[in-house]
Design a protein around this ligand. Structure first.
Ligand code: FEC
Length: 317
């Protein structure tokens, strides 16, 4: 079994911010002002852990997939765990905007003799501005190969029961810390996308709503809101409400505590540590709101089990 696990990617060092940003902008160099602003955001959080988390997800997914695959016996014959990373399942990492790039990953898979694989993006929701673009990158990498790799795609998994349970478990930890859970606001966030994509029928907002609704139902929340975060620095209109704007509305409506959960990304990174933990937290403080954020899924085993389920269900038999 072969898997291409994809995520956004982040620069490893400050000098890589410029080429990374240029890649996000499809080859257009950002202005000095935009570049400075992004460099300052990385500086403010110290470092984005996204590459390390993505690698940890891949290593653990590979280990889990190999645990039950032949030639390992179902019953352990020695006190040692199976040598999982060397089993028949192989998980490759490709990042959308940095290294290893999706093109580099696809080329490595081909070189290793892979001709069939499952392709999955770590973000749970499909968007024309996310999964569709990952797909374009895979397709363009395939064009450079002498023989094709047959990819089976997992395009979204917004309602997977394991995903909902994993998110609910972490939100529950926040609920324990609320002074008055019955009167708190519950806000689920995802990365914003340009409104032009929504107008083209992008299923993204519907899928984000679905995830939020299922978590709220599982925890019997009295109410919930969906907000978008991290809108790009471009002149076009982006999908809202923006989290900071929603916090102001919640204050006006009399809320005192807000539980926030980022459901659009499984991992911690710039958009979680800066946009939620620094920026939204500052907005909440200024408004006199108590804001608590649920921890991310990262490479925790309950989340990796979800990836394993998805990959196994997609693998052609
Ligand atoms: O930790 C890190 O360094 C990386 C954090 C990061 C993640 C992420 C996820 C998503 N994005 C999505 C859509 C867009 C669109 C544009 C855009 C621009 C940026 C910029 C940075 C950035 N994104 Fe991102 N995104 C992350 C980081 N994103 C940095 C450039 C500066 C800025 O505008 O803030 C606009 C691109 C354009 O100009 O054409 C659109 C979506 C996701 C969630 C799905 C996924 O993870 O792939 C959707 C993580």
């Amino acid at each position: 079994m072969n898997v291409l696990l994809m995520a956004y990617g982040t620069p490893y060092a400050p000098e890589e911010v410029e080429p990374y940003y240029t890649d996000i902008r499809r080859g257009r160099r950002p202005s000095e002002e935009l570049l400075k602003e992004l460099a300052e955001r990385y500086e403010a959080i110290g470092k984005s852990p996204l590459n390390e988390i993505t690698l940890a997800q891949a290593v653990r997914l590979q280990a889990l997939l190999n645990l039950e695959a032949p030639p390992y016996p179902k019953r352990l014959l020695s006190p040692f765990p199976p040598r999982a990373p060397h089993g028949p399942a192989r998980v490759y990492v490709g990042t959308k905007h940095w290294h290893p790039s999706i093109g580099e990953a696809v080329a490595a898979m081909h070189e290793d003799g892979v001709r069939r694989a499952v392709a999955i993006v770590a973000a749970p929701h499909y968007s024309l501005r996310s999964v569709a673009e990952y797909r374009e990158k895979v397709d363009s990498a395939l064009k450079a190969l002498p023989e094709p790799i047959d990819f089976v795609w997992v395009e979204s998994y917004e309602a997977h029961p394991g995903l909902i349970a994993a998110y609910a478990r972490r939100l529950e930890e926040v609920i324990w810390r609320l002074k008055n859970p019955g009167k708190a606001a519950y806000v689920f966030t995802a990365h914003s996308i340009p409104l032009s994509a929504v107008e083209k029928g992008d299923p993204y907002p519907r899928q984000v709503e679905k995830t939020a609704e299922l978590i709220a139902k599982k925890l019997a929340l009295p109410r919930f809101h969906v907000a978008y975060q991290s809108a790009g620095r471009t002149p076009e209109p982006w999908l809202g409400p923006d989290i900071n704007e929603l916090l102001r509305t919640l204050k006006e409506e009399g809320y005192e505590e807000v539980a926030v959960q980022a459901v659009g990304f499984p991992a911690d990174h710039l958009e979680v540590f800066y946009d939620l933990d620094l920026e939204a937290q500052a907005t909440a403080r200024e408004l006199g709101l108590r804001l608590l954020r649920a921890r991310s899924l990262n490479a925790d085993l309950d989340y990796i089990q979800v990836l394993k389920d998805l990959v196994e269900a997609a693998w052609p038999r």
